[in-house]
Design a protein around this ligand. Structure first.
Ligand code: ADP
Length: 436
């Protein structure tokens, strides 16, 4: 928002300067000195106003040109980065906005991966919460928004504006909350598992004799305990996902074969419910590299991605199980397609669909659509949140499209590796294993 206001302020300033210049140049005859002084004074006062405004904003602001060189840095940005404005002006913003890629090793984000480089390259804004190191090496968590500044007349990119604020305190409170949830759910899982085990024994006809009424009550208690166990497990996983403790061992994975196998494993739950199951693969994809059949024809392209297959299995299983859980009749499907940069997996169903108003909230913690289906079908509202966290771990995205009464499709986009890059990575993975 601030970036938008600033962009407008800078454009207005440039525009007013241009109007004054144009006015002076185009006025018939020579303008009087008084008129010129008045206009210059007005322009100067606008400049002073903008300067005061920018310097008083408590968020850090850095304005750059198209090369990423700082042309303006406000007092808050200078304070947070510990770079005095006089020194920072004229140097590369990526040196001042030192972002950290890996919190454990304190490894800085490379210039190529820096969000500023992406904004300059793609001319699209970006937003993230990321660790930042000040000049003296002090760690801060900042919420950073970088927007491109586009000339409204020529549509040319003229620079960028970065707006950032220190969110270290919020981040540390969030971490404490996550730690509490993680410890509590870990501790509670053990007694819940014991209760579930004893209830299962009580329900086992070979072990105990109980009457029909007691069986009915114990079955209900057993199913609630199972639900509680799942809730604690999901809470633990989501707390880990939030504070970056989710274990992940990415390897080069051919997603087409992986998805095909997964459908084989998952189809039984759907078939048990009388639902059809489909695996859809894009054999017309443009990429020449592909699985080749016995006659030498390309059957389907190879979709390589660098992910932990166990984690991605968790994601697809969750989305697929949801499709089965919420669909009463028809079919569920898993599809795979992609282009040079992206592998796209999609899980479709012919279920009740999701109202438009709920779609943006589906991937938030504990969000469940309020309808008869969710009231009768059990769930924790954490599954899709965990899915989003896992997909984001690999630089991917997940979203849903749906029409009430027709069904839903969940899409998962993961970065695709070229076959050449995949082979290189596979070689280095093999070398790593041998040297271990
Ligand atoms: P839950 O444990 O409740 O299934 P999720 O996070 O997996 O939690 O899903 C969140 C909510 O999204 C669900 O409660 C349900 O309302 C809705 N939802 C998810 N998948 C589907 C689907 N395939 N069809 C209809 N609604 C869905």
């Amino acid at each position: 928002m601030i970036a938008l206001i600033l962009a407008s302020a800078i454009s207005l300033l440039a525009l007013s300067g241009f109007i004054v210049y144009w006015f002076i140049r185009n006025k018939k005859g020579r303008p009087s000195n008084q008129k010129i002084n008045q206009l210059t004074g007005a322009l100067r006062s606008k400049e002073v106003q903008s300067e005061i405004l920018i310097q008083s904003i408590t968020d850090g602001i850095i304005v750059t040109d198209t090369a990423g060189t700082i042309s303006l840095i406000n007092a808050a940005a200078a304070k947070m980065s510990e770079w005095p404005a006089e020194e920072a002006t004229g140097i590369d913003a990526r040196a001042v906005l030192r972002l950290i890629a890996d919190e454990k090793t304190n490894q800085a984000v490379s210039d190529d991966d820096h969000p500023l480089t992406c904004v300059l390259k793609k001319r699209e804004g970006t937003q993230k919460t990321i660790q930042f190191n000040s000049r003296s090496g002090k760690h801060l968590f900042i919420s950073l928004v970088i927007s491109p500044v586009i000339d409204p007349h020529s549509s040319d990119l003229v620079g960028t504006i970065a707006v950032f604020r220190d969110v270290s305190r919020e981040k540390s409170e969030e971490q404490q909350r996550a730690e509490f949830i993680s410890t509590a759910s870990h501790e509670m899982r053990t007694p819940v598992a014991a209760i579930e085990g004893y209830l299962a024994l009580a329900l086992n006809e070979n072990v105990s004799k109980i009457d029909m009424k007691a069986r009915e009550y114990l079955e209900k208690a057993h199913s609630s305990t199972q639900h509680l166990g799942k809730l604690f497990q999901d809470l633990l996983t989501s707390a880990k996902a939030e504070d970056g403790r989710l274990t992940s061992h990415p390897v080069v994975t051919e997603m087409g074969g992986f998805a095909e196998q997964l459908v084989e494993d998952l189809k039984f739950t759907a078939q048990k419910k009388g639902l059809g199951v489909e695996f859809i693969t894009n054999s017309n994809a443009t990429n020449a590299q592909g699985v080749v059949d016995t006659r030498g024809a390309t059957v389907r392209p190879l979709y390589y991605s660098h992910v932990d297959p166990d984690r991605i299995r968790e994601v697809i299983t969750n989305v697929f199980d949801n499709a089965v859980k919420y669909t009463e009749q028809g079919k569920v499907s898993l599809g795979i397609t992609g282009n040079d940069d992206v592998v796209q997996l999609r899980v479709g169903d012919t279920g009740p669909g999701i109202p438009v108003a709920d779609i943006p909230h589906l991937f938030q913690k504990f969000y469940r659509v309020d309808n008869t289906a969710t009231r009768t079908i059990g769930g924790t509202g954490l599954g899709l949140f965990i899915c989003r966290k896992i997909v984001e771990l690999y630089g991917g995205t997940i979203w849903a499209e749906s029409e009430v009464g027709k069904g839903s499709t969940f899409y998962i986009n993961l970065p695709r590796l070229s076959t050449q890059r995949a082979t290189q990575l596979q070689q280095s993975e093999k070398t790593d294993i041998l040297s271990e």
